[in-house]
Write a protein that binds this ligand. Structure first.
Ligand code: GLN
Length: 387
């Protein structure tokens, strides 16, 4: 009997979900040997010292399970970093858990608090892992839109709040928009949530990629938001090791307790030697303090290049993503255009429509990742300028 004919029919829990756009476009890029500015990951190496520290930790015998919340040394190092960067405390014992990357932190936070029938407000365009996680736990994603110029739209969010709203998901710096939330936005969110039982999930994995002298307005800096928030961070983004899949989440003790109940049965704990290496490495602030400068230079190089093409760059205030409008070049849908760009011009980008429940039909925008070697960016620009 053929195994491809299942004897037991399976009703998908996620009938509308296919393979992620990142996987699809990376595969297409490989097939066509295109320059891959699609999926967000650096094409340059991590600091060798970080690799040496992992080997050292392995040789020192740190190869068995870590405590489920993460090794104390790494949680202490995170505490020190948060104090230095934001001048606030996060208790390593009760307010912090190391996760297998940002996506797992987000999934686990949603699993911990979303019940069947709960509404979760998601601001589109939004990173693609939020809504499926909500649906898996019986929640209902309520999609609102970013405002003009992809800025936060507090009144749109306010209009979406209902008695069933359980969670609001925000993201700064924003993937894919490349915009940031500012303190005024955070105050608007705080006044919106004050007096409600709505929780907040703040995806801050691009925290160190904020440009033009602006500050990352973390939820951690706002006590009235923080008391109801899971705040998610990623080492992969900061230290150019997206494949390591290590991040962390900060939340007040009551929320963290619920998070850990799920976490211990989901992954239990995270790669021990890598945790030791990260603890030692991040104790030196220069390891993360130079990140904004590094990427700001790359953003500038890419944007200056794009301006010489028929693409029109949108404002990028943070993250390592640059949006570009191609309506002067083509009227194809963004998916068609992105595929043709890969096939015929050898450059891969992500169609922005992939980040919407209902994409605006007239929008002609692609997302480019500029976390690349200068030479990679220059080669891509050369090709984009020929179109
Ligand atoms: N965060 C990456 C991006 O936005 C994708 C990571 C993934 O493929 N899961 O490109």
């Amino acid at each position: 009997m053929s195994l491809s004919v299942p004897r037991v029919p399976i009703a998908s829990k996620l009938p509308h979900v296919g393979t992620t756009i990142f996987t699809v476009m990376s595969q297409l890029a490989r097939e066509h040997g295109a320059i891959n500015l699609g999926q967000g990951f650096p094409d340059f190496p991590m600091d060798e010292r970080l690799g040496d520290l992992v080997h050292e930790a392995m040789r020192a015998g740190h190869n068995q399970y870590a405590p489920a919340a993460g090794i104390p040394e790494l949680r202490e190092a995170i505490h020190a970093k948060i104090q230095r960067v934001h001048a606030v405390n996060a208790d390593p014992e009760s307010e912090m858990t190391i996760t297998a990357g940002g996506t797992q932190a987000i999934f686990t936070a949603i699993a911990a608090v979303v019940r069947p029938g709960d509404e979760v407000i998601i601001v589109d365009p939004a990173y693609d892992c939020y809504a499926p996680a909500v649906e898996l736990f019986g929640g209902r994603p309520v999609h609102v839109r970013l405002g003009l110029d992809m800025q936060f739209n507090a009144s749109g969010v306010a209009a979406a709040v209902s008695p069933r709203t359980r969670l609001l998901i925000i993201n700064t710096p924003h993937n894919p928009a490349g915009t940031i939330l500012r303190d005024a936005d955070m105050r608007a969110i705080a006044s919106l949530l004050r007096g409600t039982e709505i929780l907040l999930l703040s995806d801050e994995v691009y925290e160190h990629m904020v440009y033009d002298g602006e500050q990352h307005a973390s939820v951690l800096r706002h006590p009235d938001l923080r008391e109801r928030a899971f705040v998610v961070f990623s080492f992969g983004k900061v230290f150019h090791v997206t494949g390591w899949k290590v991040g962390y989440v900060i939340a007040p003790p009551m929320l963290m307790q619920e998070f850990r109940k799920v976490h211990q049965f989901n992954v239990f704990d995270v790669n021990t030697p890598v945790q030791h290496a990260l603890a030692t490495y991040m104790a030196e602030p220069e390891t993360y303090e130079g990140v904004a400068g590094l990427f700001e230079e790359k953003r500038d190089r890419f944007v200056i290049g794009l301006r010489a093409s028929r693409f029109e760059p949108l404002a990028c205030e943070g993250s390592y993503f640059q949006l570009a409008d191609y309506s002067r070049i083509s009227d194809e849908t963004d998916l068609e255009f992105a595929k043709r760009l890969t096939r015929e011009h050898g450059v891969t980008a992500i169609p922005l429509s992939a980040f919407y429940k209902d994409p605006p039909p007239d929008q002609r925008i692609l997302r480019f990742c500029f976390a690349k070697e200068g030479e990679t960016l220059d080669n891509a620009i050369e090709r984009l300028c020929e179109i």
